[in-house]
Design a protein around this ligand. Structure first.
Ligand code: C2O
Ligand code: CU
Ligand code: CU
Length: 423
């Protein structure tokens, strides 16, 4: 705009009619459309203004997951948008290139709002431009993975979304809102930016032929160098950027296999085909994978760094359920701390608003190399302990809190969430 602001107009709307399956219509919610929302693209240094209008007929919020910004702009449970109202947060993009996302965060109602379709991506660019595939939708492709249950008539089955241990675990996979998705590969290599936007399901993403590929980025940005893997584990809200090599005329399936440690169930139950890929007979050349990506190196917490401990059990953190009126932690501006998260029960994950952190240890060992980049969400299998190196911002606000919580949305809604302020 004229005031140097990059403005995005986002309308959260109900009444969407989405044909996930041919001839069958589901009632869905979306942002500026029937299901999901637009990908917002911004550059470090941009001043942005989001005009978020709520037309879903009930109170909601819109949170910028993974984005560094003042707490009042965060869109957490305190920044409620009443039906018909518009909320207009503004901030300056000030973090390395990454893919974040936006989704509602109304206390006790997040699972349903996300399940019905309210979510979208934010991609941040910066001056570090390693030679990676980067043509959006062609060889730089976001993949939003969600699991749903459909009723016979094609409607979204909402049973369980607000119930039970996990909330909903769907047996039908959507990629970018498409059921039975296919992608036509036209280049030698493709970068996929994968987001697990499911309510509860954990995936181990890879390919049916178990081909190897490279992870180039984590939640909060690029790694220092590519890491070769054959699977990446993603719990709800986690992201990975991967680069995959293809040959002409292939038919490949992106899938998720194996025990995801969500529970001690039958691992077979967790095998899903995610998307079919068909490669063209003629593939355009792609850049060779650079050996250095320019990702920000981890820095160790200073000697004597403050250690805070968070015990996850049932739907509580440190034996407390979320209380909108209680500040759980007070963090000095710019502090570099160690947060130790101890999971005493079944699988959870742990997300901290506004920061990116590094996983120093998982169960006493460094995490797999591909998880050593900037993170905002970490998966904790049953009984696991994680030590996180967390650097906080300097957006001082003793009144408005940021959240930390389990991103299994049923758990978050049940109260597995706490609040911190930066002072
Ligand atoms: Cu994805 Cu508290 O957020
Ligand atoms: Cu968040
Ligand atoms: Cu949990």
């Amino acid at each position: 705009g004229a005031d140097g602001m990059k403005q995005f107009n986002l309308t959260m709307q109900a009444g969407g009619r989405t044909e996930f399956q041919p001839g069958k219509v589901a009632d869905t919610w979306g942002i500026n459309g029937a299901y999901l929302g637009p990908t917002l693209r911004v550059t470090r240094g941009d001043k942005v203004r989001m005009r978020v209008t709520n037309q879903i007929g009930e109170t909601s919020t819109l949170h910028w997951h993974g984005i560094r910004l003042p707490a009042k702009m965060d869109g957490g449970p305190h920044q409620m948008i009443e039906p018909g109202a518009t909320w207009t947060p503004e901030w300056t993009i000030d973090q390395p290139a990454m893919m974040g996302w936006y989704h509602p965060h109304l206390h006790e109602r997040t699972a349903m709002h996300v399940y019905r379709g309210l979510a979208g991506l934010i991609i941040i660019d910066d001056d570090n431009k390693p030679d990676l595939p980067s043509e959006y939708g062609v060889d730089d492709v976001p993949l939003i993975i969600q699991d749903k249950n459909f009723e016979d008539d094609g409607k979204l089955d909402e049973d369980g979304v607000e119930d039970g241990t996990w909330g909903v675990l769907g047996d039908s996979i959507l990629i970018n809102g498409t059921f039975g998705a296919e992608f036509k590969v036209t280049t030698r290599t493709v970068r996929f930016r994968i987001l697990n936007a499911s309510n509860a399901r954990v995936y181990r993403v890879g390919f049916a032929d178990n081909r190897k590929f490279h992870v180039v980025g984590t939640d909060g940005g690029l790694l220092e160098r590519p890491v070769e893997v054959d699977r990446v584990k993603l719990s709800p809200a986690e992201r990975a950027q991967i680069v995959v090599r293809f040959a002409p005329g292939e038919q490949i399936v992106l899938n998720s296999v194996g025990e995801t440690e969500r529970s001690a169930g039958d691992p077979e139950e967790d095998d899903y085909d995610l998307m079919r890929l068909i490669t063209a007979q003629d593939l355009a050349d792609s850049p060779d994978l650079p050996s250095a990506l320019g990702g920000v190196p981890a820095t160790a917490p200073p000697a004597g760094a403050r250690v805070r401990t968070f015990r996850l059990s049932g739907s509580e953190i440190n034996d407390k359920e979320m209380d909108m009126n209680r500040i759980d932690e007070v963090v000095p501006a710019g502090a570099h701390e160690i947060w130790e998260v101890i999971n005493t029960s079944y699988a959870h994950n742990f997300h901290i608003h506004e920061v990116d952190f590094r996983v120093m240890e998982l169960n006493g060992h460094p995490p797999p190399e591909y998880q050593r980049g900037p993170k905002d969400t970490v998966f904790l299998p049953k009984g696991a302990t994680a030590r996180l190196s967390v650097k906080f911002n300097t957006y001082v606000d003793p009144v408005s809190p940021y959240m930390f919580h389990c991103h299994i949305l049923r758990h978050e809604d049940k109260g597995m969430m706490g609040q911190y302020v930066v002072v």
